[in-house]
Design a protein around this ligand. Structure first.
Ligand code: SF4
Ligand code: SF4
Length: 230
């Protein structure tokens, strides 16, 4: 989801990569679950999140959509996000003790927080200065109320195995979405709907196998690029 705010307004003005130290460490979030409340539709999931949740919880994507997830249109694309309880405004995965009940399988955005991803201008990618979907991390300074944060290595904070491969996947997914989003305004309404349903089914609803996610993703990406003629 693109946000029309300047980096200066929401961050410490710096961009980080996985080897940098950043003051984001909030210990064990003791007594706090602020970022698991009132997040609206903003915790958007990617295919890796769906793989991680469905394989580890033993549920289907459709099963998760019954209660824990919902679908929204983001920049023209139908994508899943964590559903907040309409009464308590808490994420459906938050337990009674105020802890994340799926900590080991929590989505990428939850792993990052209070960091975010800042994607470089796609014009730079087009001119070959940057690879498509290139991003760095930034620290959101107004989001996490925990005082006295400690310095942590970005790569450790993100807490994701095979981080380089994961980052390459994120770039690929982001640039795919960006390409499709740019095509949608030129399409008739019916085609927009069909493209959206195709992407939703292929990357989110079609069950993933346990085992290597990245090869399954690549297979689906090749098919998507073929069908959509990208
Ligand atoms: S707001 Fe900060 S301290 Fe609170 S749960 Fe989120 S990351 Fe942890
Ligand atoms: S999945 Fe876990 S960490 Fe993420 S918002 Fe829900 S309860 Fe919080």
């Amino acid at each position: 989801m693109k946000r029309n705010v300047s980096l200066e307004e929401i961050s410490d003005g710096r961009l980080y990569d996985k080897n940098d130290m950043v003051r984001a460490g909030c210990g064990d979030c003791k007594g706090c679950s602020a970022c698991c409340h009132g997040m609206g539709e903003t915790i958007i999931l990617d295919p890796y999140d769906l793989w991680r949740l469905t394989v580890n919880l033993g549920v289907t994507a459709n099963g998760l959509l019954q209660e824990k997830l919902e679908l929204h249109v983001v920049d023209g694309m139908i994508l899943p996000n964590l559903r907040m309880n309409p009464t308590t405004s808490a994420c459906g995965f938050l337990d009674k003790e105020g802890r994340c009940s799926i900590h080991a399988y929590r989505p990428g955005i939850c792993r990052l927080f209070p960091l975010g991803r800042y994607y470089e201008d796609s014009a730079e990618a087009a001119s070959g200065i940057r690879e498509a979907g290139y991003f760095r991390y930034f620290l959101q300074v107004h989001e996490c109320p925990m005082p006295n944060k400690t310095k942590v290595k970005v790569g450790k904070w993100v807490d994701t195995p095979q981080l380089e491969q994961y980052e390459a996947y994120i770039r690929k997914w982001h640039s795919f979405l960006e390409t499709v989003e740019k095509m949608l305004p030129q399409m008739p309404e019916e085609q927009v709907k069909n493209v959206n349903l195709f992407v939703l089914k292929l990357f989110f609803l079609k069950p993933y196998e346990a085992g290597d996610f990245y090869s399954q993703f690549q297979e689906r990406m090749t098919m998507a690029r073929d069908v959509l003629e990208l």
